[in-house]
Write a new protein. Structure first.
Length: 166
């Protein structure tokens, strides 16, 4: 910090258990990724390559190296998981993740209908090989989840092996 203000808690050092921060990379260039690391790397724990941008972004492997160099764990967002899953390409998705040497993976069903028990099976299976983040909720505004159901879904996903639910 450039100036210490009172009543602001000290930020814990990486690796953190609390106060985790995630930033979405929606198609940054390698220079922009390096700049992000320079100005905020110590505060950022995860970078999510959002909306399937990892399929079309140039230099994705280089950006992964850049993020790792400043202690940030990169991962592909859940929409990419869904894009592979809806095409019955789960094994190809795992190979794609492995080709990029990622150890963090997101499981979501925000853009597709996926039975919750089946989603938990994917979380359980993937948690044997990766750290799993799961996402509860839908991108479709007409799908309303009650708070009680939301809590139950989060608990089920944590029990299935998710590290955190976002």
């Amino acid at each position: 910090m450039n100036f210490k203000l009172p009543f602001i808690p000290i930020r814990s050092q990486k690796p953190r258990e609390n106060g985790l921060a995630m930033v979405m990379d929606k198609g940054l260039s390698t220079n922009e990724a390096a700049n992000l690391c320079e100005i905020g790397g110590e505060y950022i724990d995860f970078v999510k390559f959002g909306f399937g941008t990892s399929l079309v972004s140039k230099n994705i492997k280089e950006k992964i190296k850049i993020y790792r160099s400043c202690g940030i764990r990169p991962y592909f967002g859940g929409t990419l998981f869904e894009a592979f899953l809806i095409r019955n390409m789960f094994d190809e998705y795992r190979r794609f993740v492995d080709e990029h040497e990622l150890d963090l993976i997101e499981v979501s069903d925000g853009s597709m209908v996926l039975d919750h028990a089946k989603k938990c099976e994917y979380i359980h299976q993937l948690s044997k090989h990766y750290t799993v983040l799961s996402e509860v909720g839908s991108k479709e505004e007409s799908i309303i989840i009650t708070p009680a159901k939301w809590i139950k879904m989060m608990k089920n996903e944590l029990q299935a092996g998710a590290f955190k639910v976002i």
